[in-house]
Design a protein around this ligand. Structure first.
Ligand SMILES: *[C@@H]1O[C@H](CO)[C@@H](O)[C@H](O)[C@H]1NC(C)=O
Ligand SMILES: *[C@@H]1O[C@H](CO)[C@@H](O)[C@H](O)[C@H]1NC(C)=O
Length: 420
């Protein structure tokens, strides 16, 4: 086993295919997830141009809902939740923006709910429902468009751990559910898990934010050998929030640690290393296990750094699964199979790994998961617009009859109903 693994590393490191690599073990990874891709040739990102397919009206909200928060704490510009800021900025100068709300297909409400940070830089979601509610009251009382549909032609970016459930712990997020006033709107969110209370039909799953300039500044020469077989940095246990263990990451991260902490081919630790980005470029496989939620920036970083993402998060809904061929570029391992992760990864034929690496090297693939400023065709912002365009034309159920109401303005915990 060890000899085979060392061989695997040597071969993958020099990126030269070899016929004597690995015997044929059962191929465990054939899973039919994310096969809902719309079209496009095998392995490529779906190329689509949203311009001309939709018109978006951007509400002008008081700055306390958005830009003032960034002025007060610019750390939100670079954290993984910054999608909400860059979607707003990109829309303001986008060709799909219209200044005439009467011709809009979509209305965008620019609220930054993850920019209220603790001293250590984590978003405090506890006031987000009040803030969201205040923004909706603001637009509903000043423009006629919200009441016409109660939000069914409106979209919001809700990039928090569990989206519009606004709590970082899963059981609390589920207990809260999606904020009642957002139940007809389209939510653009990083959280994606099938059949989950915090993902409603019609949502668009987008990648978390990873700062493009910061990553580009650290790129190694493209032929740098990949001498690390499997790489991971991050928490294995969250003893503060999950003292008994087993709830956090449903035990999958703990299992990575317990099984592979001393494996010679796994480079896994909690250590914050200054060479994190470089290490990912020296690794063949980058582990992307769930944490509290199934998603993390590792998925984006793995794509950008050409490291094959190993997704360990059952039922994850991947970003832009209709446009990005995740099943071709990544490896999917069931949470319960983590103890066999070493044999699963070493049994993947080298040709298959090389093919994934070639697909990951495509600039279009990297662009599709990033939010460059200014925005570029094919980037994550354009993928969001494509998702919105594909939902057009709106069905009849979007528009309410005069006087008809569906949403309940007074539903939800008392604290959420207080003015913001
Ligand atoms: C929309 O409905 C709300 C709640 O019924 C109401 O308070 C508000 O005045 C309405 N807005 C407009 C512009 O008529
Ligand atoms: C709205 O929700 C509140 C709180 O759950 C409930 O008391 C009230 O009856 C609901 N109103 C309607 C019209 O369903």
């Amino acid at each position: 086993m060890k000899i085979r693994v060392v061989l695997a590393i040597a071969i993958l490191a020099t990126a030269t295919a070899s016929v004597f690599f690995l015997g044929s073990e059962a191929q465990e990874l054939k899973q039919d997830r994310n096969t809902e891709r719309i079209s496009g040739s095998a392995g490529d990102v779906l190329e689509d141009d949203p311009v001309g397919k939709l018109k978006v009206y951007v509400y002008d909200l008081p700055s306390r809902f958005n830009t003032k928060l960034v002025e007060d704490d610019p750390r939100c510009l670079t954290h993984m939740f910054a999608t909400e800021i860059f979607v707003h900025r990109s829309l303001l100068s986008s060709a799909v923006r219209t200044l005439n709300p009467d011709e809009a297909d979509w209305f965008y409400v620019p609220v930054y709910t993850t920019c209220d940070l603790t001293s250590s830089g984590h978003p405090m979601p506890f006031d987000s429902p009040r803030m969201m509610r205040a923004a909706i009251l603001h637009i509903a009382s000043r423009w006629p468009y919200w009441n016409r549909t109660e939000g069914a032609d409106h979209f919001f970016v809700t990039p928090h751990d569990f989206g519009a459930c606004f709590h970082f712990k899963e059981e609390r997020a589920i207990a809260r559910g999606i904020l009642p006033l957002l139940r007809r709107a389209t939510l653009v969110q990083t959280f994606g898990q099938r059949s989950h209370a915090c993902l409603q039909d019609g949502s668009i799953t987008a990648p978390p934010y990873a700062p493009p300039e910061r990553m580009e500044a650290r790129l190694l020469p493209p032929r740098t050998p990949r001498s690390i077989f499997a790489y991971f940095r991050g928490l294995f246990y969250d003893t503060g929030n999950d003292p008994e263990g087993g709830y956090y990451a449903r035990g999958a991260r703990a299992s990575v640690w317990e099984n592979f902490k001393s494996s010679p081919v796994f480079d896994v630790s909690t250590e914050h290393t200054a060479t994190y980005y470089e290490d990912m470029q020296r690794a063949v496989f980058c582990l992307c296990p769930l944490g509290w939620a199934p998603w993390s920036p590792r998925l984006v970083e793995a794509v950008v750094f050409g490291c094959v993402p190993v997704v360990i998060a059952d039922d994850i809904v991947l970003p832009f699964a209709d446009a990005i061929p995740w099943e071709e570029i990544g490896v999917f391992v069931a949470e319960e199979d983590v103890p066999r992760l070493d044999s699963i990864l070493t049994s993947i034929p080298v040709e298959e790994v090389l093919r994934k690496q070639r697909l990951l090297a495509s600039p279009a693939m990297k662009r599709a998961v990033m939010f460059p400023q200014p925005s570029q065709p094919g980037d994550a912002f354009h993928q969001i617009l494509n998702g919105l365009a594909r939902k057009l034309p709106h069905g009849d159920c979007v528009f309410l009859r005069p006087g008809q109401t569906v949403l309940n303005w007074t539903a939800g915990p008392a604290r959420d109903l207080k003015p913001w």
